[in-house]
Each structure stands twice: as structure tokens, then as C-alpha cells.
Design a protein around this ligand. Structure first.
Ligand SMILES: *Cc1c(COP(=O)(O)O)cnc(C)c1O
Length: 430
């Protein structure tokens, strides 16, 4: 199909990027389980390697199944192009790689997925990169953290684990003033609930492992480019604006215009870092994404019903869901994510650590796992698992204190989920 602006989200999540297979007419996108592609002749091969013609060379760079998913996600996010990767964490490295160099830094929100905090605070230091973590509700502090070596600002719309909502527009304005891109991790919201590019984001990253695939089958990631950033407006992004020695002096921005960042991601990022999504994973994610809006509506309705029930239960101290009128993020959430504030939040349980351990052990439908965004409802007690190595003080600062359980609400019957929580909370209190 040709993607027109007239098509709605429900149509695009099924059709964008896909067409009947030209070789066989297969209606569903085939899994192109191949490493390489035969060149028509040596001129064709040379044109492909010179990026004068777009086509398939080798599946570390491009694959037809993965290409459909890339176009699908780019369309749903309102971007010009996307590059899929082997995981959400791979997508984050791929996203900042073209922007960074030794001594350069990014500014990130303090409210992030735990693995992202470790990646940005520890692992990227090995590349000579660094990250400053700032409370994104304190705009003056964000502005003050920007320096001459800052190359990007990074945050999550609906932040893990507490479901805090970020003021994307206000942070985008600070990024604009600084002449650097704003990168949004849109994993928890998905493009159905929020399209960060419409609020000023330059780049959007996803862990496609979560809601986009939707049923906990494969890991994957994606980097989407809005195509709106002027990489040549200042001298901060030489890999995009200047001759790139890793691609025989090609000037990506001059050559590819709005698609410069996407081409760079494939021709240099995937080529040299090799964090490639495999076609099987792309297939599973394409299957999942077809029902994204249907699932998200149900995730949100269930989350709202369960959060309201929990808020009124006297075994619970607090519920962080931004979809509750009592949440300090309720207004911002309603503006940014009018269809709902997602399905991820935390609860503080009376009785502390011991009660939380009993609760997760007593639950029958909810699974105790380190994952989110599954059709299955999931819980995790961070203090005894992912945040075990931290001091109590550090756990509290991360929103994962000893009395906190994170809930990822699935698409089961909400009354069954409430009944399960009810019986498990009774056991936790005894
Ligand atoms: C899971 C997750 C990631 C990391 O993605 P992986 O696919 O597990 O590598 C990053 N950000 C958020 C918000 C996540 O939920």
C-alpha cells in the first residue's frame, strides 16, 4: 500500500511498509532467512557499496523482513526512517554512537529503566563518553547541566518503574537552545499512546522486546529519526556533517539530507557495531505490532481499573500510576498521552520487604519476572532482585525501595487480576 496521511493508526500498524511479496505474491511478509543477496552484475554491486543505489548486500546491514519492520515503526512514530537492532540496549548505543566521541557527554533523566542507568553511568565510560543524570522536572538543572561537550539529551516519556511523565516539549526546547537532539525512549508509551516527534523529539528509541512485540517472545530494538534535525547547523556532529573517514570521506548530511542519520545507522552503525536484528525476530515483532492499538487499549483499561482498586485498598500505602487523578503527573499525562498513561506503575506495600516477598510469591496469574509489556501480567520486587546490590538509600532514590513492587498490567480479565492481587495481599499481610 502507499502510505497516505489519510490512513489511521489501526490501518498503518497492519500495512505500513508491507506489500505482497514481489516473487510469490505471499500476502504476509516472508521471513527472508538469508545472509546475502546475489548482485545483478559488478556495476550493481559497486553502486550498492557506494550507496548510489539502495538494495540488499548482506544481512548485517539490511534484510527485507527487517526493512518492513523499520518502515512500519518509522511510519507509526511519524519519522522519516528507522534502524532496527538486536535489543533495546543495542538501540540506545546505536542512537548515540553517531553523535559521540571521546570526552563528549549526554544528559539523561534520573528516572530511567534500571539497565539504562547502568549502561549510561558505567559502560559508556569505556568509550570515553559520559552521562550526567538530572531530575527532568527541574528544568533549570537540565539547562545548567548542558556544556560545550553535550551531544544529546535522553529521557523516557512514561518512565520506568514509577510511570512518571516527562514534559517532552519543555526538554525539547532546552535541547533546541543547546543545538543537540532530544532522544526519547518511547518503550513504555508506544507510538499509540504518544508520538514524541510531535512534541519536539529528534530521535525515538524502542525496546521492541516489550509492547511492540507484545507477548514476550523476542528481544529487539529500534532507532527512529524524525528527519528534522539540522546536523550541519553547528560543528558538533562531524560524523554526519563532515567527510566521514569510515566511509571513504562521504558527507552523510550533504548526500542524504533528511535521511542522513538513518543511512549512517546502517552504513556505519550496523556495519561496524553489528548489533543487527535477525529476520525471525522482525517477523515476531511484525506479528505483534499488527494488534498494538487493540492491546494498548486493553492494557490501559486494565491498569486504570487495577490502580484504582489498589489505591482504595488499606493494605497499600501508595500507587504511582499517572492515570490516577491523585497523581502529580495526571494533568501532564492527560495532555501527552490522551489515550492513557500506559500500564506500568509501582505500589508501596504496608509491611515492607517481608510483605513484598510474600506478595510476589503468593500471586498466581502475575509472574515474577524481569520483563514488562507482555500480554501476561508481570510483577517484580526490585529490592530483592534487580536492585539487590544497592543500598536501601539508593533503592529508595531509584523508586525501588524495599516496600515497592512494580506491576506491568497485562490483557487478562481485570477481575481475575484483582482477585489474584486480593488473595496475595491477604497472604502478605498475615
Ligand atoms: C526493556 C527496556 C529497555 C532495554 O531493552 P532490551 O530490549 O531489554 O535491551 C530500555 N528501555 C526501557 C524503557 C525498557 O523497558
Amino acid at each position: 500500500m502507499t502510505d497516505g496521511p489519510t490512513y489511521g493508526f489501526d490501518t498503518l500498524q497492519i500495512h505500513a511498509g508491507a506489500r505482497p511479496d514481489p516473487a510469490t505474491g505471499a500476502r504476509q511478509t516472508p521471513i527472508y532467512q538469508t545472509t546475502a543477496y546475489v548482485f545483478r552484475d559488478t556495476d550493481h554491486a559497486a553502486a550498492l557499496f557506494n550507496l548510489q543505489e539502495v538494495g540488499f548486500i548482506y544481512s548485517r546491514l539490511t534484510n527485507p523482513t527487517v526493512a518492513v519492520l523499520q518502515e512500519r515503526i518509522a511510519t507509526l512514530e511519524g519519522g522519516v526512517g528507522a534502524v532496527c537492532c538486536s535489543s533495546g540496549h543495542a538501540a540506545q548505543i546505536m542512537a548515540i554512537f553517531p553523535l559521540m566521541g571521546p570526552g563528549k557527554n549526554i544528559i539523561a533523566s534520573t528516572r530511567l529503566y534500571g539497565g539504562t542507568v547502568t549502561q549510561f553511568s558505567q559502560t559508556i565510560k569505556r568509550f570515553g563518553w559520559s552521562c550526567k543524570f538530572v531530575d527532568f522536572d527541574d528544568l533549570d538543572a537540565v539547562r545548567a547541566a548542558v556544556d560545550d561537550d553535550t551531544r544529546a539529551i535522553f529521557g523516557e516519556v512514561i518512565a520506568n518503574p514509577g510511570g512518571h511523565i516527562m514534559d517532552v516539549r519543555a526538554i525539547a526546547d532546552i535541547a533546541d537552545e543547546a543545538g543537540v537532539p532530544l532522544i526519547i525512549d518511547n518503550t513504555s508509551a508506544t507510538p499509540y499512546l504518544c508520538r514524541p516527534i510531535e512534541h519536539g523529539a529528534t530521535l525515538v528509541v524502542h525496546s521492541t522486546t516489550k509492547y511492540l512485540t507484545g507477548n514476550g517472545t523476542v528481544t529487539g530494538g529500534c532507532v527512529v529519526d524524525s528527519g528534522k534535525f539540522d546536523w550541519s547547523a553547528n560543528d558538533k556532529f562531524p560524523s554526519l556533517s563532515q567527510p566521514e573517514p569510515a566511509y571513504h570521506g562521504l558527507k552523510f548530511h550533504e548526500t542524504f539530507g533528511a535521511l542522513a542519520y538513518t543511512f549512517h545507522g546502517i552504513a556505519i552503525g550496523l556495519r561496524d557495531l553489528g548489533m543487527t536484528m535477525n529476520p525471525q525476530a522482525a517477523h515476531y515483532t511484525l506479528m505483534g505490532i499488527e494488534t498494538l492499538s487493540l492491546r494498548m487499549d486493553r492494557h490501559v483499561a486494565n491498569a486504570k481499573k487495577i490502580a484504582e482498586w489498589l489505591e482504595n485498598d488499606n493494605r497499600i500505602e501508595a500507587v504511582t500510576y499517572a492515570g490516577l487523578k491523585s497523581s502529580p503527573y495526571y494533568e501532564r499525562g492527560a495532555k501527552l498521552c490522551p489515550k492513557g498513561a500506559g500500564a506500568l506503575f509501582t505500589i508501596a506495600v504496608k509491611g515492607g520487604y517481608e510483605a513484598c516477598v510474600k506478595l510476589v510469591e503468593a500471586l498466581e496469574i502475575f509472574s515474577h519476572v524481569a520483563n514488562l509489556g507482555d500480554t501476561r501480567s508481570l510483577v517484580i520486587h526490585s529490592a530483592s532482585t534487580t536492585h539487590r546490590q544497592l543500598s536501601t538509600e539508593q533503592q529508595v532514590a531509584a523508586g525501588a525501595g524495599p516496600n515497592v513492587v512494580r506491576i506491568s498490567v497485562g490483557t487478562e480479565d481485570p477481575d481475575d487480576l484483582i482477585a489474584d492481587l486480593d488473595q496475595a495481599l491477604s497472604k502478605a499481610a498475615s
